[in-house]
Design a binder for this molecule. Sequence first.
Ligand SMILES: Cc1cc2nc3c(=O)[nH]c(=O)nc-3n(C[C@H](O)[C@H](O)[C@H](O)COP(=O)(O)OP(=O)(O)OC[C@H]3O[C@@H](n4cnc5c(N)ncnc54)[C@H](O)[C@@H]3O)c2cc1C
Length: 306
Amino acid sequence: MDRGDRSNPVVVYLPPFRYHAPSTLEEALTALEAHLPDAKILAGGQSLLPLMSLGLARPPVLIDVNGLPGLDGVAETDGGLRIGALTRHHTLETDALVRERCPILAEAAALIGNIRVRHRGTIGGSLAHADPAAELPLVITALGGTIEVQGPAGSREVGADRFFQGYLATDLAPGEILTGVRVPALGGSTGYGLAELVRRAGDFAIVAAAACVTLDGARRCVRASLALGGVGPRPSLIPSAEALLVGRGLSSRLIGEVADAVPEEIEPESDIHASAEYRRAMARVMARRALQQAAARAGGLPPARA
Ligand SMILES: Cc1cc2nc3c(=O)[nH]c(=O)nc-3n(C[C@H](O)[C@H](O)[C@H](O)COP(=O)(O)OP(=O)(O)OC[C@H]3O[C@@H](n4cnc5c(N)ncnc54)[C@H](O)[C@@H]3O)c2cc1C
């Protein structure tokens, strides 16, 4: 069928499922528990529904969390932001508070898919889905974010470094719902950088890097983080970046040293998009770009030439 022919639209059939639309978090948790282990939460549907329409997921029960109060929106907290799980990518991209206090999130959200995907997809869905090439898990890892989870036994919090456990695998236990995420505010002497290699704008990244650096009054680095996406089954924090940068003044040469160490610290695999060797080489390039941007924004380096 010609996809360009509007009189002949492509028809997608989903496998059959039972649909619940609870109106409180408690009802959602109860419904989820009643239909374990196979029930799935439905948020924006931008990852789950394509999997179902391709026959790669066949959950017999969907629990739609879109009507739950309190899971949406961005709020200022002590030192950062709290973002509800149902906050759409488009809100992250455009929200004034996000753009002012944590602009790397707005930048990352703007790179996701297309405008239709960004209007439906949610941050909670992206984190729970845990695609290793996705932008939001990568950035939340570089930021050292905290993920809020609610389950039958109550609520708990998990650091992003422990939350992402493998390919499409997280620390979420059966019966738990991701309710929000907390991130530190950036700005002042903290700079951020985000660089990704994509085949076409809006595609999942082949390789992506996110970096944050904080400088003290003497322009020495006091905090640094570098995370890579698309080079392993989950976002990869690069510990040598922190070890090499903290306590030192930043320079292009030092950033080059950090980037040169990256290929040894990752274990990418080959797939139809890129070989492992190419991903290793590009990880070095993306890491250098992200760190250069972060250092320049923190005031520790002149802005990089285009
Ligand atoms: C054409 C297209 C292009 C895309 N391009 C990109 C891209 O470039 N970069 C990118 O990062 N993503 C991309 N995506 C995916 C998009 O970002 C999705 O929005 C996101 O991955 C999932 O969010 P969702 O709200 O749609 O979740 P859903 O699809 O509803 O759910 C995804 C999974 O998470 C679970 N889940 C959802 N919410 C919760 C919750 N609160 N608690 C527990 N479990 C939950 C669901 O059960 C399901 O397993 C693309 C999608 C499409 C269709």
